[in-house]
Design a protein around this ligand. Sequence first.
Ligand SMILES: *[C@@H]1O[C@H](CO)[C@@H](O)[C@H](O)[C@H]1NC(C)=O
Ligand SMILES: *[C@@H]1O[C@H](CO)[C@@H](O)[C@H](O)[C@H]1NC(C)=O
Length: 283
Amino acid sequence: MECPLLVWMLALNRDVTTAEYDTCYHLVRECAPYANIPYSPTSIESFRKIISQMLPLLMMRHRRISRSKWKHFEANGKHWIEQASDDMPPEKFLQSMIGYHLSYENSLCGMVMTQGRQRQVVNIGLGLKQLAVEPRGVSVPAYVESLAHKLTPLEMSFITPDVGDEVALRRLCIILSLKAAYVNATVPRTGCDLSRIEFNIPNETARIDDHPLQGWEFRVYKAQLGVARTGNVIEESYQCACAFFRGTKESKFIWHDNSKDLEAWVQFINIDQMVKVIPKLTA
Ligand SMILES: *[C@@H]1O[C@H](CO)[C@@H](O)[C@H](O)[C@H]1NC(C)=O
Ligand SMILES: *[C@@H]1O[C@H](CO)[C@@H](O)[C@H](O)[C@H]1NC(C)=O
C-alpha cells in the first residue's frame, strides 16, 4: 500500500504571552503527557517543544478522532499513533497506524506523518534548516567552514565560494536538512555522525559509509515566514526535507519549488490559528 505523506508547518509568527504559554502547557500535559516537558514559561525553546506536541493533537482532531480514541506509542525515539480498533475490521486496523516525526528550528515547527502498517510508518523524518548564517554577521564561506565536519568532501565541492553566497547557503541547508530528516527517520534517539552520510545532489543519490541508500523517498521544499519582532515583520526562509523509507529499489528525490505542488501535502498554519483551536483539542 502507498503510504501518503502529509506535513504540517507551524509558523511561530509572533511572541506569545505567559497566559498563552500556560494554556498550551496544560493542554500538552493533559493530552500528550508522554512529551514530559518541564514548565518554563520564559523559555522559547520550551514553547517550541510544547507547541510542536500540539501538531499531532491537531492532526487527529482534523481526522475527527477524539483524544480518548487514540494512543501514543514510542520505541527507540520513533513515534506512532494507534487508533481504537472499535468496529474496524482487523486488516483495516493494521493499516491504520500513524507514524510521525516532529521537528523545529527557530520560528518554524513541523510534523511529517503517514498512515499504514506500524513497521512501514515509523521510518519517517523531517529536517528543517533556516537559510541564515550563525552567528549573525559571519560570512557564508566562514559559516560553511564551521559546518564542514558534517559534510563529505564531495558535498563540500558543491558549496565552494565560487558558486556565490546565496547558492552556497541554499545548497548547504538542503544537504543539512536532508541529513537531519534521514537521521531522524533512522536513529532519532542516538543520532549519528552526519559526515557518514553523503547526498550527491546533482546525481540524486545518497550513501552511508559508502553503501548506497536504497528505498528512500526524499522530498525537498522551502518555507517562507513573516515573523513579527518588536513591531517589524521579518522575513525568514527555511529549507525543509522529509525522509521516508518506502523499500523501493532506488531512492527517489522529489523537488517542490512551487506552492501549487506543496498545497497537496503541506499545510501551513500560524500561532493564532493554533491558539484558536485549543479548546477543541481536548475533546
Ligand atoms: C534530527 O536530526 C538532527 C541532526 O542529527 C538533530 O540535531 C535533531 O536533534 C534531530 N531531531 C529533531 C527533532 O529534529
Ligand atoms: C554523476 O553520475 C555520472 C554518471 O554516472 C558521473 O559521470 C558523474 O561523475 C557523477 N557526478 C557526481 C557529482 O558524482
